[in-house]
Design a protein. Structure first.
Length: 388
């Protein structure tokens, strides 16, 4: 997503009616899911805070990778590394203490391809998984097209799941699982080295940056914009809170998959024709209310939280897609991201953020090949009249 779409002014114009409506919708979501337990209500609020944070800090994953490769601007990626380091430190005692499980998956050949096409899709779709949700909340109509095909792609992944099972893969591996606290220290050392390298490289840009370092004030806290460092800290804390409440880290893609499956079922698709959807635990989720699903509820919260942030900043307006070609790019990008996320055992949230924070080796594999895909995606963007 472009930072231009998320510019926030110092003196926000009043959008009080919209703000009150959104607060009412958040309250309705929190109360509406309370029948599934207090944790579900709490997670709806956590999702809302995720959306608010992503919007107020303009915390873009796809745009940060693009700026790194195209402009040599690593500030967004440095903020992500700081976020991963803090989350690793916070996750470790919870995972080792059995309070929650990590987002751990195999190192697999299918994940290499999945992460690669996700990287391409991020650039064509102008956003990632969480970016799709929070820019929709901020008023981007183009990202609705991305969301539509994102869900379609991930649903298609479930239908073709068996075609990939014969490819080489390991068991689920994590540094915590292999070496306990020693593994945590190793990862923190690696992240520290990456952060130091980025800091050395970006010192001149960081010295000039007004939106990177945390300079808290009541006005900026309320109206925004937040700094990238503040956003990184908030996202790490919120993901840790998700582990405490849900027993596992933050994820996004499953919600899109489930919504598409439910829609396909309404249109006549029979889950009995799919090996994946015949599984008892999966069928149970499919047949239950969407509000019983943690990922879905948090996704709804992200959209509402971003809309709240935009309304507070006086910037909540519906933005039209810039061109027909951009709509086509959004459709293609969403499809690639959805299918890629399924193959790669997660998206930029479930595989990259939550995976690396859990010290899962598949998270490191994900970012390596997603960056390769990003390099291809930025070359394709001009074909669709998208600026880099």
């Amino acid at each position: 997503m472009s930072s231009a779409e998320l510019i926030q002014v110092q003196r926000p114009r009043s959008q009080s009616p919209l703000l009150y409506l959104l607060l009412a919708l958040v309250a309705a979501l929190v109360l509406g899911v309370s029948g599934f337990g207090w944790q579900q209500s709490a997670l709806a609020l956590v999702g809302t805070l995720f959306g608010l944070t992503l919007y107020q800090a303009s915390f873009g994953f796809a745009s940060s990778y693009r700026h790194l490769l195209v402009r040599g601007d690593g500030r967004g990626v440095l903020a992500q590394v700081l976020m991963l380091g803090l989350a690793t430190l916070l996750f470790a005692p919870l995972i080792l203490g059995g309070v929650g499980r990590g987002a751990v998956a195999p190192v697999a050949a299918q994940a290499v391809f999945g992460a690669f096409i996700f990287g391409v899709g991020m650039q064509l779709g102008s956003g990632c998984a969480c970016g799709t949700l929070y820019t929709i909340g901020g008023g981007s109509s183009m990202m609705l097209f991305t969301l539509l095909t994102f869900g379609t792609g991930s649903f298609l992944g479930t239908l073709t799941n068996e075609a990939w099972t014969g490819l080489p893969q390991t068991e689920a591996l994590s540094l915590i699982g292999l070496w306990g606290w020693v593994g945590v220290v190793l990862q923190l050392g690696g992240l520290g080295a990456i952060a130091y390298g980025l800091w050395r490289w970006q010192r001149s840009k960081l010295a000039e940056a007004e939106n990177f370092w945390w300079r808290p004030s009541w006005r900026s806290l309320l109206y925004g914009p937040w700094s990238l460092v503040a956003g990184a800290i908030a996202l790490a804390l919120l993901n840790t809170l998700t582990v405490l409440l849900a027993g596992r880290p933050w994820g996004v893609t499953w919600g899109f998959t489930l919504w598409t499956a439910k829609l396909a079922q309404l249109l006549g698709w029979d889950p009995a024709t799919s090996i994946y959807w015949q599984q008892e635990h999966v069928a149970t989720v499919l047949n239950a209310s969407v509000f019983a699903d943690v990922t879905s509820v948090m996704n709804f919260g992200i959209v509402l939280g971003a809309a709240l942030g935009a309304a507070i900043a006086g910037q909540l307006t519906v933005r039209k897609p810039p061109s027909r070609r951009s709509i086509l790019a959004a459709l293609i990008g969403g499809l690639l991201m959805g299918y890629g996320a399924w193959l790669a055992f997660g998206c930029n949230v479930g595989a990259y953020f939550s995976g690396i924070a859990s010290t899962s080796l598949h998270g490191w594999l994900w970012i390596a090949f997603a960056l390769v895909g990003t390099a291809v995606g930025v070359k394709l963007r001009p074909l669709f009249h998208l600026q880099n």
